[in-house]
Ligand binder design. Structure first.
Ligand SMILES: Cc1ncc(COP(=O)(O)O)c(C=O)c1O
Length: 374
């Protein structure tokens, strides 16, 4: 028998979350962002849940080719564009839309003279200061791109640094609108936070990622309460051991947790080699939540490579074999992330290859759980 740990990818949740995006930005077309192997969910698995999107945004050419192999005929956007001159042939072969964010990419394009028409998204740096042409360089970059016979549509693109926080997007929108006002072309601005909270940024295209997977752009589950978003990844395991502690007994490496009363502790087959964060708090007053038999309890001690321990005080009947949910349906991934000093994005992306994955399919979500490769 394999270890009892496994993850479930819920395709109905992905489809539902895409619908939530559509209701939130009804006038916009949606690039479903599936970079990083669909935020750890697996491109192949996520594709079936998100195929009602208008396009897919990602980084790696091999992920783009996989989408074409899966039968996707619609737009695919390379969010960072291409890296080498020889990539341009692949763009043409697979009809990929590419971001152009720097002078070097423009020069590669000028030298390659693609036959086209190649769709591009020209990236304007409106204050994120990561990728993109600065406002004073943008018009010249647009004119150079426009002058290339192989270039077809040019969409104006930018990315927000603070759509999920108090600073907001007004300062970036102002730069964007000023710089692009006299240039033709559609616009693509919104990440998940802007889709949910900034209507002014809903232009021709939106580019949500994290909300498609049912987690919060802020890292706080309370912020997406009432949106209808559902978790698309659940991580499950079982208790494989139980310890009876006496006051003064400690648990795990570093003895970070000390029992102050007699208590039962469950040992779960899940550790940091499965993708559970080693930094999750198992001591002090903000311990990571865990569900055992559907009851919320807490992590105890330090997470080790293959195991972690949980408090069984609220579960006197728990036994070896009791089901455990580490995150997902019934336990927001953001709650676990918060107790680990991170956000849901990081946890879902870090699901380890050794964890077997099954898929709850769109056709019969409760019955049709089947193993599917990434
Ligand atoms: C350019 C770009 N657009 C959209 C997204 C989606 O962001 P989110 O997952 O916060 O919706 C990302 C993710 O980092 C991105 O880099």
């Amino acid at each position: 028998m394999p270890r009892p740990i496994h993850a479930v990818i819920h395709q109905p949740a992905l489809a539902n979350n895409l619908e939530v995006v559509r209701r939130s930005a009804p006038q916009s077309r949606v690039w479903a962002v599936v970079k990083a192997n669909a935020y750890g969910h697996g491109i192949r698995r996520a594709f079936a849940g998100l195929r009602a999107a208008d396009g897919f945004g990602l980084l790696d050419l091999n992920e783009a080719v996989l989408l074409r192999d899966l039968g996707w005929q619609g737009p695919i956007l390379l969010l960072e564009g291409f890296f080498q001159p020889q990539d341009i042939e692949v763009l043409e072969q697979y009809r990929l839309t590419t971001a152009i964010h720097c002078d070097e990419q423009l020069r590669m394009l000028e030298a390659a003279r693609p036959k086209g028409p190649l769709a591009i998204q020209l990236k304007l740096n409106t204050g994120m200061n990561r990728l993109g042409f600065r406002p004073e360089q943008y018009r010249a970059a647009w004119e150079r791109a426009r002058a290339l016979s192989g270039v077809g549509s040019i969409v104006h693109m930018t990315h927000f640094s603070d759509a999920d926080s108090a600073r907001g997007i007004a300062h970036q929108i102002e730069v964007f609108d000023t710089v692009t006002a006299s240039l033709p072309g559609e616009a693509s601005l919104s990440n998940s936070a802007a889709v949910l909270w900034h209507k002014a940024a809903h232009r021709a295209w939106v580019r949500p990622g994290i909300v498609l997977y049912g987690a919060s752009p802020t890292g706080r589950d309370a912020d997406i309460a009432g949106t209808g978003l559902q978790p698309a990844m659940s991580l499950h395991s079982e208790l494989i051991g139980i310890q009876e502690l006496q006051p003064g007994d400690t648990v795990g490496y570093g003895s970070l947790f000390t029992a102050d009363r007699p208590m039962r502790v469950g040992v779960v087959a899940c550790g940091y080699a499965d993708g559970y964060p080693r930094h999750a708090q198992g001591w002090g007053d903000k311990r990571a939540p865990v569900l055992v038999e559907g009851v919320r309890t807490e992590l105890i001690g330090r997470v080790s490579m293959d195991m972690l321990c949980v408090d069984l005080t609220p579960l006197p009947k728990a036994r070896v074999g009791s089901p455990v949910t580490l995150w997902g349906q019934g336990l927001p991934i953001d709650d676990v992330a918060q107790a680990s000093g991170t956000v849901g994005y990081e946890l879902m992306c870090a699901l380890a290859p050794r964890v077997p994955v099954t898929v709850a399919t769109l056709t019969a979500p409760d019955q049709a759980v089947s193993p599917v490769g990434a």
